[in-house]
Every structure is written in structure tokens, then in C-alpha cells.
Design a protein around this ligand. Structure first.
Ligand SMILES: Nc1nc2c(ncn2[C@@H]2O[C@H](COP(=O)(O)OP(=O)(O)OP(=O)(O)O)[C@@H](O)[C@H]2O)c(=O)[nH]1
Ligand SMILES: [Zn+2]
Length: 197
């Protein structure tokens, strides 16, 4: 176990009231957050979203990616379901951090795609470590989920970490002229299952 569960409080939102649970990485004190909606106990798999931090999309209305749209849509789906979990995974920029993501965007403005930009900066295309997500679920007492994602890697890594995923629920929202090349690159090079809807 790499995390400790350190704090919790109510989080009222436009979708209803979530329980916000704060976690800390034991070795670095870096924090992560889970939003829990409804009763997540019992045998029925819990609708779950792993949302990787994207300050630009989540909070600053960027159209360069689909993150903000996915965040809203996931919270909406969880509230409609009546129960579920959103893990807010603090690995900004697929794990390279905010400043490096801005540098990667600058390269993309010059014609690199999202994968080439990461590589030009000396990073792997995706540096995220999803094992923290499995730990958050374990600390929430959940081991059976339906995962909202287009990314098969998340399904594979969580399954390897002992989480039973009974269904992958697609989450395709927010395609627009500013992010369609980015989404197409994710599908072509990173394996995301993104039909042209
Ligand atoms: N390095 C880098 N990170 C990016 C870029 N655009 C978005 N991100 C980050 O990518 C992460 C989200 O990953 P995505 O590839 O959009 O989606 P995913 O989480 O793999 O898959 P889904 O579950 O289907 O959404 C967030 O951490 C964003 O900050 C980019 O051009 N470069
Ligand atoms: Zn984003």
C-alpha cells in the first residue's frame, strides 16, 4: 500500500452531494482525491472514473483536450447511476507535470503530435502510474468496478493490480476542431478506443 487515507468531508456539487476523501502518497506526501457518491458498499460493481489531473482542461476551459468534458460527463453519469466513484489522480500531463505539459503544448504548436512532443522532451508518451488508483479503491473498500474510460491500458493495469473490472463503459465527449487531431493521435498511437462519433 502506497497511500494513506487522511481526511474526508462533504462536497456539495451541482450533481448532488459527494463525499470527498483525501489520500497521501506515503513516500512523497503528494495528494490524491476520491469523490464518492451514494452507497458504494455491497457486491454490485461500482461505476468508477479515473480522471487524471488536467488543470488546463478541468479548470481553465481548454479545448486542446477532452478532459474537462469527460470530468463533467463522468460526474453526471455517476449521479444518474445513484452511486459511484471519481478518482482524481494527481498525475498532471500524463505524469510529466504542468510545466512540462506547457512545453509539450508549445512543441505541438510547432507541429509535433502529443506523443512526439513528450518524446522530444525526454519523456515516455505516458508516464502515469495507475497503481495509486488501485490503492485508493482498496482504501475505499471497493474491488469490483465498471470503469468509465476509452483507455484499455487503465483496464489492464487495474486488473493486474487486483481490481475486478466487469465492464468498460466508453466516455466519448467533447470532440471539437481544436482537439480532434489530439484525439486521433491518442487513438492511433496510445490505443484509445475512440470511434469517430
Ligand atoms: N503530456 C501531455 N499530457 C496531456 C496532453 N493533453 C492532455 N494531457 C494529459 O493527459 C491526461 C488525460 O489523459 P487522456 O489520454 O486524455 O485520457 P486517459 O485518461 O488516458 O483515457 P480516458 O480514460 O479515456 O480519458 C491528463 O493528465 C492531461 O493533463 C498533452 O498534449 N501532453
Ligand atoms: Zn486535458
Amino acid at each position: 500500500m502506497q497511500l494513506t487515507r487522511v481526511a474526508e468531508a462533504k462536497l456539495p456539487t451541482q450533481w448532488g452531494e459527494f463525499l470527498m476523501v483525501g489520500f497521501e502518497e506515503i513516500s512523497t506526501q503528494k495528494d490524491h482525491v476520491a469523490l464518492v457518491f451514494g452507497d458504494i458498499t455491497g457486491e454490485t460493481p461500482v461505476l468508477t472514473r479515473i480522471h487524471s489531473e488536467c488543470l488546463t482542461g478541468d479548470a481553465l476551459f481548454s479545448l486542446r483536450c477532452d478532459c474537462g468534458f469527460q470530468l463533467e460527463s463522468a460526474l453526471d453519469a455517476i449521479a444518474k447511476e445513484g452511486r459511484g466513484i471519481l478518482l482524481y489522480h494527481r498525475q498532471e500531463g500524463r505524469g510529466i507535470g504542468l510545466i512540462n505539459k506547457i512545453k509539450a503544448y508549445a512543441l505541438q504548436d510547432k507541429g509535433y503530435d502529443t506523443v512526439e512532443a513528450n518524446e522530444a522532451l525526454g519523456f515516455a508518451p505516458d508516464q502515469r502510474n495507475f497503481s495509486f488508483c488501485a490503492d485508493m479503491l482498496t482504501l475505499l473498500g471497493v474491488d469490483k468496478i465498471r470503469l468509465l474510460t476509452n483507455n484499455p491500458k487503465k483496464v489492464r493495469v487495474l486488473s493486474e493490480a487486483g481490481i475486478k473490472i466487469t465492464e468498460r463503459v466508453p466516455l466519448q465527449v467533447g470532440r471539437n476542431p481544436k482537439n480532434s487531431h489530439y484525439l486521433d493521435t491518442k487513438a492511433a498511437k496510445l490505443g484509445h478506443l475512440l470511434g469517430r462519433s
